[in-house]
Design a protein around this ligand. Structure first.
Ligand SMILES: Nc1ncnc2c1ncn2[C@@H]1O[C@H](COP(=O)(O)OP(=O)(O)O)[C@@H](O)[C@H]1O
Ligand SMILES: [Mg+2]
Length: 256
């Protein structure tokens, strides 16, 4: 069984950025294959990673759905299961040091529940063949209630350095418990922290009250801002960038 990492939090808190840095961390510091999954319909993890997307699972869903409904013989006499296996394999993008799977948007309207469920099953099966899986999720709580975050070893709840942001993080932590998702460890990370945040008694108190293990602060880093502005992949940040240094130290304690 592989080790799976997922993120949750409001939009703009840094989920995608920290996912990207986690993937880089794993390729640099750990042995074993790494699968990056972009499960945000407005996917942009590939930009952070500097990878071009030429296939998404969403684009395959339409054909999968047609195949589920069709009674016609499948190509090469494949079973439904084999067809899905094949299709998911087709959507894997091989990058330097890791593979990337982009969920993307389903094409067209209609209910994709059947296809989605089958895809999920195959996703799990696929994830099992990797030592590490890192899943970037959309903002909000939907992915939690849709249970796409089920069976996660480490859930990183990302917050901005505000009282309200941290409380939102706390609510996400509560929901994870309520939904009885199989998440082994949930931690709160306060990202884009400013000088003084880590000594701010009010903020620290609110963090403490959330009932979620606090992993620490990741500083706001002007280099990240610059890279973003010029469209440079974040994974190319210099090794001594302050956000990267701090986040790597955090991951040292979180990932075996
Ligand atoms: N530690 C940081 N310091 C400075 N800017 C950051 C930091 N983390 C993220 N950002 C910036 O914040 C914005 C939102 O980040 P992103 O990772 O896309 O958030 P999310 O995926 O949660 O919506 C991006 O412009 C990103 O470059
Ligand atoms: Mg994002």
């Amino acid at each position: 069984m592989g080790f799976s990492i997922a993120v949750a939090g409001k939009g703009g808190t840094g989920k995608t950025s920290l996912c990207g840095l986690t993937i880089r961390y794993l390729t640099e510091n750990k042995r074993g294959a790494v699968l990056a999954v972009d499960a945000d319909a407005n996917s942009n993890l590939n930009e952070v990673l500097g990878v071009k997307v030429h296939a998404t699972v969403g684009a395959l869903r339409e054909t999968s759905l047609a195949a589920v409904k069709s009674t016609a013989p499948r190509p090469g006499g494949m079973s439904m299961e084999q067809l899905f296996d094949y299709q998911i394999q087709q959507a894997i993008i091989e990058a330097k040091g890791f593979d990337l799977l982009v969920m993307g948007r389903p094409e067209g309207a209609g209910c994709y529940c059947a296809a989605n469920n089958i895809i999920r099953k195959y996703m799990d099966k696929l994830a099992d063949t990797y030592r590490y899986t890192v899943m970037d999720n959309e903002a909000g709580l939907e992915h939690l209630s849709r249970r796409t975050t089920q069976d996660t070893d480490l859930l990183l709840i990302i917050s901005d350095p505000t009282v309200r942001g941290v409380m939102t993080g706390g609510r996400i932590g509560e929901l994870v418990k309520e939904l009885d998702l199989n998440v082994k460890r949930t931690v709160l990370i306060v990202n884009r922290a400013l000088n003084g945040n880590s000594e701010d008694k009010t903020l620290l108190k609110v963090i403490e009250q959330q009932g979620v293990e606090f992993a620490g602060f990741v500083p706001s880093d002007e280099l990240i801002f610059e890279y973003d502005l010029s469209g440079r992949p974040l994974v190319q940040l210099p090794r001594d960038s302050k956000a990267l240094t701090r986040f790597y130290a955090m991951l040292d304690t979180l990932i075996a």
